[in-house]
Design a protein around this ligand. Structure first.
Ligand code: UDP
Length: 240
């Protein structure tokens, strides 16, 4: 595909942030079911180690580059991606659109109190967004309660914040049973929205050190974040 860039086996869409928002808007207006992955280097590395998960990511309609490591890799592979498209920014922009367009949303994931806080924040900030359902993210992947609810409510947009790999596994497992909706894995964005975790200030994002800011905020993530140097090393070893 012309507008995709392959980074370690994953086809990233090569578009601008607003270009991606436009794609999603069109899908919603056409009521076309869509699966979106916001992939950072951790996700790419995990997919490279887990065949099942790789298959799931490859089935997605769009994989967007969430993380400056992915941008760096695409440059090194001489197919530079246009822009970083983070799950959080995409979610906020889509909420803005949902506010203008009266789209309905379902908000899934996070601990119960975090989920409630996030939904309250959305309602405060975007009073015209039609939140038709919400649920915390602690249940088995096979549990039919939430999928049943989504099947009957038919929301335009479903934000799925179960962390990776669970959010993509959950979407994939139930996807065929949904009639419509844009399903997007947004990971830790629910914590940022609820205010339990702080997003790195613009300065840290600009100097491409958002990962360091995140590490300083949640030092327990250090082991998981080793994926980043491993990812960069693997990219360096890839033939151009
Ligand atoms: N989470 C969830 N269900 C689970 C595992 C995680 O709802 O079974 C939530 C968790 O409470 C947090 C969010 O998913 O709010 C993101 O988790 P994490 O930081 O581990 O994921 P990442 O941001 O790395 O994708």
């Amino acid at each position: 595909m012309r507008n995709r860039v392959n980074v370690l086996g994953i086809q990233f869409i090569n578009t601008s942030f607003m270009g991606m928002v436009k794609n999603i808007r069109e899908q919603i207006l056409k009521e076309c079911k869509t699966f979106i992955v916001t992939a950072n280097p951790e996700i790419v590395m995990y997919a490279n180690e887990d065949k099942e998960y790789m298959k799931i990511i490859q089935e997605a309609d769009y994989v967007v580059p969430d993380g400056s490591g992915i941008l760096l890799a695409s440059k090194r592979l001489k197919q530079p991606l246009q822009e970083r498209i983070t799950g959080y920014d995409l979610m906020m922009e889509l909420l803005k659109e949902a506010n203008d367009e009266n789209w309905s949303i379902y908000f899934l994931g996070g601990k119960e109190e975090v989920n409630i806080k996030a939904v309250n924040r959305i309602q405060e900030q975007f009073p015209k967004v039609n939140i038709i359902g919400r649920h915390h993210g602690y249940f088995s992947l096979d549990d039919e309660k939430v999928p049943n609810e989504i099947r009957s409510l038919k929301p335009d947009l479903v934000f799925v914040a179960l962390g990776f790999p669970r959010q993509e596994q959950w979407i994939y497992r139930h996807y065929n049973t949904f009639e419509k909706g844009v399903f997007i894995g947004v990971g830790g964005s629910v914590d940022v929205l609820a205010g339990t975790v702080k997003r790195a200030p613009q300065f840290w994002q600009k100097i491409q050190l958002e990962w360091l800011y995140r590490l300083l905020q949640q030092p327990s993530r250090w082991r998981r974040m080793l994926a980043l140097p491993k990812f960069l090393l693997k990219v360096l070893k890839t033939k151009q």
